[in-house]
Write a protein that binds this ligand. Structure first.
Ligand SMILES: [Zn+2]
Length: 389
């Protein structure tokens, strides 16, 4: 009988391998009778996106800590192609151990990686559109609250400058970012609401939402004249009123500049898709609140497969057998998979392995902070931006 108030798995359920497809636990008994139980499994991407921002690993490390297994992976925040330069699937994560210690966690491990990587990948795509402007993750209200910290963390690593969620911000170690809800304008009246924000919010984040009732331009001028020291005016214009959103932004920028409010920035939010960002940026939007499009970032189809039993390379059809290493040329970025232990040169320079050993016999040896993961992502994204110009 289901006893919880919410339809969510508890931390205990996940750690005990109960948030899992039943066919694994039903096969556990027979697996233990096989003559060789020691296997190498690897996790590769079935989906064909050209690259992903890999996240979700930190949760996997916590899940697999204490199990008698070894785990290697590409570090979180890496922007990695799904295939190597010769079109072969890249192992993002490799584990070695007894299959009975791995199988019951396959479902949970994949879920952690697939969803988080989907969100961080979409966040990086938004970053590439927004740059050099900032964007913030405002999307947790569109997803189940139980996973809000994961969503905000993945969005942040992928490139968001901040997150709106209290728990997400706590998980990252930041202060949450908030502007002003329409509801306080409805309850207090716009002017009193604006005054409240101006009096109480810290400098740098005083943002007045100006389009609860009136026309965007008229209200933007009114708010800026009344509270000239605010940092942002925010447009959250309802979709039914958006004839041409970039044109509204462009007009407001003109009117604010004309009245000496050049320092007041314009933030836009409300169902913004990444395809719309460039036009809004060109029109003068300084900052973006992005919700659903990042929070619902398409899940990435990672799959876990046995590639070696004992010392013997073996895999199902469609998968590459044998333990592998992932090598990268630090100069040109070429990525190659090779049989484990083999080295390779790229234009005369030895390529380096990007698989890091994170768990040794159940002990976590390495952990990468959320901020380090984000730095890694941003640095690669900046190279991508330079390459596209
Ligand atoms: Zn190279």
């Amino acid at each position: 009988m289901w006893k919880s108030k919410f339809y969510i798995a508890t931390e205990k359920d996940i750690l005990e391998g109960r948030a899992s497809d039943v066919y694994f636990s039903r096969s556990e008994g027979i697996v233990k009778t096989s003559p060789e139980e020691r296997v190498v499994v690897e996790i590769t991407l079935s989906s064909s996106d050209s690259w992903v921002t890999f996240t979700g690993l930190d949760e996997v490390l916590n899940l697999m800590e204490g199990k008698p297994i070894d785990l290697w992976a590409i570090p979180e925040g890496s922007i990695i192609p799904s295939r190597d330069n010769l079109g072969r699937p890249i192992p993002f994560l490799v584990m070695e151990g007894k299959y009975s210690d791995l199988m019951v966690y396959e479902t949970a491990i994949l879920g952690m990686l697939c969803q988080s990587t989907g969100i961080s990948t979409e966040s990086t795509r938004v970053f590439l559109e927004c740059y050099p402007r900032e964007f913030f993750s405002f999307g947790i209200r569109r997803m189940h609250p139980a996973i809000s910290p994961m969503i905000d963390r993945a969005a942040y690593i992928g490139g968001a400058s901040g997150v709106s969620g209290i728990l997400g911000a706590e998980a990252i170690g930041l202060s949450p970012v908030g502007t002003m809800p329409h509801s306080i304008a409805i309850l207090l009246g716009e002017e009193r609401a604006w005054k409240f924000i101006d009096d109480n919010f810290p400098k740098g984040s005083r943002t007045l939402l100006i389009d609860t009732f009136g026309d965007e331009k008229i209200k933007a001028i009114e708010a800026a004249d009344m509270f000239p020291d605010i940092d942002y005016i925010r447009l959250d214009t309802h979709s039914t009123r958006r004839g041409n959103f970039p044109a509204i932004v462009r007009e407001i920028r003109w009117e604010l500049d004309l009245r000496g409010h050049k320092d007041i920035k314009i933030m836009v939010s409300g169902g913004i898709k990444k395809e719309q960002i460039r036009d809004l940026k060109d029109a003068g939007a300084d900052s973006f609140g992005i919700g659903t499009s990042i929070a619902s970032g398409k899940t990435q189809d990672f799959a876990m497969d046995i590639v070696q039993v004992g010392e013997m390379p073996i895999s199902k059809k469609g998968k590459y057998s044998g333990r592998k290493d992932v090598l990268k040329c630090q100069d040109c970025g070429t990525v190659l998979i090779v049989p484990f232990g083999e080295s390779h040169d790229c234009h005369g320079i030895p390529m380096e392995s990007i698989l890091v050993k994170f768990i040794n016999d159940g002990v976590i040896k390495e952990r990468i902070s959320t901020n380090k993961a984000r730095d890694r992502c941003i640095s690669t994204a900046m190279h991508m931006l330079e390459g596209s110009h």
